[in-house]
Write a protein that binds this ligand. Structure first.
Ligand code: ADQ
Length: 508
């Protein structure tokens, strides 16, 4: 069996992995030879070129240090102040400093330099997330001909948002240097193709479209999930029961509405608090019968926009408490700390309503974990943003527009009033979907697809497929009036990706 090389910004540490993703990737790696590669978490003004390898929990982990300046440009700068907000359609929160791009590229080149000498010809390389989009290009430049896959954990942006990113053309070429690009949702595959269609509109209005050879790259959705059986067990484990018992006593029979998020502006937290405020405002009889618990530990707090969302949330929470609290009833508790998975599972199970209302999210694993932790005889109700990737698989949640606080408040009311039979029926279907889309299935379906692809095409050292310019031509134009009437400048070859019907007709 080929060795597997996993590459991500950070590698798993010595502490037990908290997230399902690290757990499953560790498990996947432990079932075959290979190693995990990434940043060590340490700074050095003169980082060693060679990776340091150590064995953690039986897994081989390779790491490099970064200079503080490069890390700042690569991580806090280009990745998290430009790519993250733009990919989440928050152009208002981008901080566009084009020079960060050089640091971003430099770190990807440094990763490639350190990786290349540890690669064997049959290794399969799986690169994770927006920090490392250029890695395949950098590896190809170093004559790596291995199968290389990429998985994007966050949503893919719309054409306008993509166009706002400095050097986005490079990023697109970088993506098609991979053999397989996995997205969270069909929405993201569509957004990728929409960019290409948008280039054609640009051409039709006399502009020069970008030439992008997507023909040797498979683009598909692989929705990630959690480990539902593990969460079901954790929810009734001693630690899960312990926290549920303590919180239940404090709740004094009030119905629990629960939100669990990393503190991030993409999660829609101020909007969620406003929706809860509307619930209490519009339904006076619900006051004193409900309690909202929002858990949101800070993240990326060196970035100004994260400090701002934290302040905004503090003030929204204070407003609702000030407006509705009674000496013997608090409407809302806001907790800023991380919990072990068993504690989260116990809380999920206790909650009558799981509020998962991001403004935009790749998938959202909290939705999966909430579903998996429910009591089948008395399940709670998932209120879910239609802008989370999870909305493509959890059709039996109450789907809401998180920007519409009236609709979210109404969904909370409906969830609280929902009869037991309907709750059970919805939960059964949600749980079926959580099982079907478990993180184990995600990892194996992605790797099966990556390993099952045909031969890796011969690519030149830019990472672009090896075709002459003469091969790049506008495709023939379908009949006028046809929605497929958007010839695209591509380099056509056998196509292996998932395409929309109109695009398929263009490419075939
Ligand atoms: P995140 O943006 O971090 O992930 P999410 O998918 O919700 O978002 O995952 C959060 C994880 O952190 C969950 O496993 C949750 O249990 C855990 N977590 C949250 N709050 C916690 C707390 N207080 N204590 C302990 N653990 C906590 C990115 C993308 C998502 C995508 C995932 C996986 O933004 O869209 O679903 O990657 O691909």
């Amino acid at each position: 069996m080929s060795r597997l090389v996993i590459v991500s910004n950070r590698t798993p540490g010595k502490a037990p992995a908290a997230g399902g993703l690290a757990v499953v990737l560790k498990k996947t790696l432990s079932e075959r030879d290979g190693f995990w590669f990434g940043w060590s978490g340490q700074f050095s003004e003169t980082p060693e070129k060679q990776a340091r390898f150590e064995t953690i929990d039986g897994l081989s982990i390779g790491q490099v240090d970064l200079t503080r300046a490069d890390h700042n440009a690569y991580y806090a700068g280009y990745a998290n102040s430009i790519l993250w907000p733009a990919f989440h359609l928050r152009l208002d929160l981008t901080n566009i400093q084009s020079h960060w791009y050089e640091g971003y590229r430099r770190v990807n080149a440094q990763f490639a330099d350190a990786l290349v000498e540890h690669l064997e010809p049959d290794d399969v390389i799986w690169v994770h997330d927006y920090h490392l989009i250029p890695l395949a290009t950098e590896l190809r430049r170093r004559n790596v001909r291995n199968r290389i896959g990429f998985y994007l954990h966050i949503p893919f942006p719309t054409p306008d948002a993509l166009n706002a990113i400095p050097h986005h053309e490079d990023l697109l070429r970088d993506l098609v240097a991979y053999d397989l690009v996995g997205f969270q949702a069909q929405r993201d595959v569509a957004a990728f193709h929409e960019f290409i269609a948008h280039e054609q509109i640009h051409k039709q209005t006399g502009g020069e479209p970008m030439v992008l050879d997507i023909d040797d790259t498979v683009l598909e959705a692989f929705p990630i999930g959690s480990d539902p059986e593990a969460f079901a067990r954790l929810a009734v484990s001693p630690n899960g029961r312990k926290i549920a018992k303590r919180v239940s006593a404090a709740l004094n029979a009030h119905a629990l509405i629960l939100g669990v998020d990393r503190l991030d502006y993409s999660k829609g937290l101020p909007q969620r608090i406003s929706a809860y405020e509307k619930l209490l405002e519009n339904n006076a009889r619900l006051r004193r019968t409900v309690h909202m618990l929002q858990i949101a530990p800070p993240s990326r707090d060196s970035i100004k926009e994260y400090q701002q969302i934290s302040d905004e949330l503090d003030s929204a929470v204070g407003r609702v408490i000030g407006r509705f609290a009674e000496p013997d009833w608090l409407p809302l508790t806001y907790v800023k700390r991380a919990y072990a998975q068993a504690s989260l599972a116990g809380l999920y199970r206790l909650a009558r309503v799981g509020l998962v209302t991001p403004l935009r999210d790749g998938m959202n694993l909290v939705a999966h974990e909430y579903v998996a932790s429910q009591n089948p005889e008395d399940p709670g109700v998932l209120v879910l943003s239609r802008f989370a990737g999870a909305a493509e698989i959890f059709h039996d949640a109450l789907l809401i527009n998180p920007f519409d606080t009236d609709e979210t408040a109404e969904a909370m009311r409906q969830a609280l009033a929902m009869p037991i039979e309907e709750r059970k029926e919805r939960w059964r279907k949600l749980m079926d979907s959580a099982r079907l889309h478990s993180v184990d299935n995600w990892a194996s379906s992605y790797l099966d697809r990556l390993m099952g692809l045909g031969d890796t095409p011969d690519r030149d050292d830019t990472g672009d497929a090896d075709v002459s310019d003469a091969d790049a031509r506008p495709l023939s134009t379908p009949p006028a009036g046809d929605p497929a009437n958007r010839a695209i400048t591509v380099t056509p070859r056998k196509h292996r990706g998932t395409l929309f019907p109109w695009l398929k007709s263009v490419f075939s």
